[in-house]
Design a protein around this ligand. Structure first.
Ligand SMILES: [Zn+2]
Length: 378
């Protein structure tokens, strides 16, 4: 976790046109965070639920700076959330000051539409772990609403939005996309101070009209506050679940612990069991779109069978694509049943080389990755 350069005072204003459109000013720089689609976002949720979301959006904006004073043109309710965030990092809660140009907030209103009940919802990025969460419900014969929060991260947003939608269409699952306009500047590693809480809350508001009672997101939370960011800390989630009930969202968020290479194996099993094509639709390549053809070109030369059996939107070389290939080889993806031994050797040798050449990659891969890779060596 990197050190924080605290600010004394930060100004945050809400737009009179969209009460989920916040602008932050600090030291002459402007940052923003807004929900711009759907335009009736938050309907059928209480005013308190909508207030909570605004508060968490404020938290996401200020989290890089922990200002001592937050000046706003609207009332921040549920500032307990901010206080807990500050405490987690050893700071006194911020002072919230109402500045000039006060705005009366507009709240999304209930619609006439009666929505079908869906018991579960999942924060759905379109990547491997989120796909696995959806499949788990399908395996148990339960329906699940997939909600994609677009533009949450600094890159890969268009590809993820497209893939997550295509997946749900293909698998016959209800899907919603919520679109952020995100110039928060809170996108580096420390985004985990608040990111997953913001994500879960956005999904919770989308899920409410469907009377969802269980919401799943990626797990792996820690019970040690000194070793985890706020949105990775189980104590923060206990408080958060309590707040959801208080604002009438009537659902509980659960983290599903992600496996690593094993998850690829699980999905290969599920493809058979459910009769669905799953893996080729997964999108979690980390390469920028312009890098993909170049990376793929290499694999087409050195491992042509593997390249031909890997969809075009996978580069083959980033840590996510290597995780996928490793899992597919190890757990015998039927699409690779005729993969020549020589190409397996090429992949394994190249991956060891890649780990050696870029020490940073070593931090990105798990124990599970290294164990599986080592077993393929023999
Ligand atoms: Zn990739």
């Amino acid at each position: 976790m990197s050190a924080v350069e605290r600010r004394d005072r930060i100004n945050i204003t809400v737009s009179p046109k969209n009460s989920f459109d916040l602008t932050m000013l600090t030291e002459g720089r402007k940052f923003g965070l807004a929900i711009i689609e759907p335009n009736d976002y938050g309907h059928d949720t209480s005013e308190a639920a909508q207030d909570l979301l605004r508060t968490v959006m404020v938290a996401h904006l200020i989290a890089p700076y922990f200002p001592r004073v937050i000046e706003t043109n609207f009332d921040i309710s549920l500032d307990r959330f901010l206080a807990e965030l500050y405490r987690h990092y050893g700071y006194q809660p911020p002072r919230i000051k109402r500045g000039s140009g006060q705005i009366t907030l507009a709240y999304a209103q209930p619609t006439e539409t009666e929505f079908a009940q869906i018991p579960n919802a999942s924060a759905h990025s379109g990547g491997l772990d989120s796909v696995y969460r959806l499949m788990h419900f399908l395996q148990n014969g339960e329906n699940v609403l997939a909600v994609h929060l677009r533009n949450l991260n600094s890159k890969g947003n268009f590809a993820e939005a497209k893939a997550s939608q295509a997946q749900c269409l293909d698998w016959g699952l209800p899907y919603q996309q919520v679109r952020l306009k995100n110039s928060s500047g809170n996108t580096n590693f420390d985004t985990m101070r608040t990111r997953d809480l913001l994500l879960a809350l956005v999904v919770a508001l989308s899920a409410k009209p469907h009377r969802v009672s269980k919401l799943v997101i990626e797990g792996g939370m820690s019970s040690d506050p000194t070793q985890s960011h706020f949105s990775e800390y189980s104590g923060a989630w206990e408080m958060f679940n309590q707040m959801l009930l208080e604002v009438g969202l009537d659902l509980t968020v659960e983290g599903v612990d992600p496996g690593d290479i094993e998850t690829v194996g699980e999905i290969i099993k599920l493809e058979k069991e459910l009769g669905l094509e799953i893996l080729p639709l997964v999108q979690n390549c980390f390469s920028a779109p312009f890098q993909v053809p170049n990376n793929r070109g290499k694999w087409e030369r050195v491992a042509p069978f593997l390249a031909a059996k890997s969809p075009d939107h996978w580069c083959g070389s980033c840590h996510k694509c290597r995780r996928m290939t490793l899992g597919r080889i190890f757990y015998q993806d039927p699409r690779l049943s005729h993969l020549p031994k020589k190409e397996i050797d090429v992949f394994v040798a190249d991956t060891y080389e890649w780990l050696k050449k870029y020490p940073h990659n070593r931090d990105l891969v798990s124990e599970s990755f290294l164990t599986h890779l080592n077993e393929l060596r023999h």
